[in-house]
Design a binder for this molecule. Structure first.
Ligand SMILES: C[S@@+](CC[C@H](N)C(=O)[O-])C[C@H]1O[C@@H](n2cnc3c(N)ncnc32)[C@H](O)[C@@H]1O
Length: 356
């Protein structure tokens, strides 16, 4: 993969590849991109965990919540999951949805937007090729829908640009090949959209390096356009700008993982590691508001789950066997909502569009 990137830079510009193009190639190159390769990525055998890969309770609860929310708003049983990964979440959502209302679940149309052919095959396998699921390779193929569009760790997988401060001035960072290696270099900012975003963002002076997620914003805009009326539920590793712009993140949040290890550099092993960043949720929130969406919830994942009624899922039981199914399930619910859990790192944005 590195050779392909070096070759592309030499052919196209000779010296500089913007970060978004580098990440796009490293993650989504049709043959060698990380998400396109046939190998486990999520879970113990892969490079990183996501909530659905750790516990079925999360997806099952979400399935019930989605079912209730559709019914309360008199919406048809149509949902769309963005970036469904290997299909674990879909299988769990379908189970929860069916437990909530089996009849409504029979009529369900479940779109899944998933770019990776490896994950598409896994979705079919994990969900038993359920006929209610319609897998689409890109958002453009999604029809206009009335229903709910949701995602878990989708927006943190978007390619970003990077700007760095040099002598008090913001410059664009990018990739330059030196011999066989890829190194970071900088140039003046050329992209007008980056400049515009910089003008509207109130960036504290201690920040040295920032990701600019233009593709993420454009994708959220496209998602909102696809929703005629209904809800958007976005769950991701992220925070609002106040928290994002912090001295501990003064050098940015872009990072790579392989075999559950944080790598020293995102430039060493393109195609072999996941590259991700912490989502600055205000950009999504503002985009939603700009496009006429109304915010129903913004905040921590644990609070969202509690407000949504996850505690009612706890099974009362008298047995003292810590390995019984009921004990295990109760433990998983507690782990999702108690301190020092995976939920601490996740935020939930729930917006509605054109609900009467
Ligand atoms: C970090 S994984 C999360 C998977 C799953 N949601 C979970 O929580 O386990 C991101 C997924 O989004 C997919 N993806 C990323 N960008 C995409 C895009 N623009 N269109 C479709 N799928 C995309 C990737 O292939 C990958 O399966």
């Amino acid at each position: 993969m590195k050779e392909i990137i070096v070759e592309t830079i030499r052919r196209e510009t000779g010296a500089f590849m913007p970060y978004h193009q580098y990440i796009e190639m490293a993650l989504y190159h049709p043959q060698k991109g990380y998400y396109m390769r046939k190998q486990p990525k999520i879970g113990r055998e892969g490079d990183f965990y996501t909530t659905p890969s750790m516990t079925p309770v999360f997806g099952e609860f979400l399935g019930k919540w989605l079912c209730r929310t559709l019914k309360e708003a008199n919406l048809p049983p149509v949902i769309c999951e963005l970036g469904g990964g290997g299909g674990q979440m879909a299988a769990n959502v379908l189970k929860g949805f069916t437990e909530e209302d089996a009849g409504f679940a029979m009529e369900l149309v479940y779109y899944m937007v998933e770019a990776s052919p490896y994950h598409q095959a896994s979705i079919k396998h994990v969900t038993g090729d359920d006929s209610r699921i319609r897998i689409l390779p890109a958002l453009e193929s999604l029809p206009l829908i009335e229903g709910i569009i949701f995602s878990n760790e989708f927006f943190d997988a978007f390619p970003v640009d990077v700007i760095v401060k040099q002598d008090g001035e913001w410059k664009e960072a990018g990739i330059t090949p030196i011999g066989e290696d890829l190194v970071e270099t900088v140039r003046d900012i050329r992209d007008e959209e980056i400049r515009q975003l910089l003008q509207t963002w109130d960036i504290p002076p201690f920040m040295n390096r920032i990701e600019i997620p233009l593709q993420m914003i454009a994708a959220y805009e496209a998602v909102i356009d696809k929703l005629m009326c209904g809800f958007l539920l976005t769950i991701d590793y992220g925070m609002d700008s106040e928290e994002w712009f912090s001295p501990i993140r003064k050098d940015g949040t872009l990072r790579a993982y392989r075999n559950h290890q944080l790598l020293d550099s995102i430039l060493d092993t393109p195609g072999e590691a996941d590259i991700t960043f912490t989502v600055p949720f205000d950009l999504l929130r503002n985009q939603g508001t700009k496009m006429g969406c109304h915010e129903k919830y913004w905040g921590g994942q644990a609070e969202f789950l509690i407000e949504g009624g996850i505690l009612e899922e706890l099974i009362p039981h008298a047995d003292s066997d810590p390995f019984s199914l009921a004990s295990k399930r109760n433990r998983q619910i507690r782990q999702l909502i108690m301190g020092e859990s995976i939920s601490d790192y996740f935020r939930v944005l729930w917006q509605e569009k054109h609900i009467l």
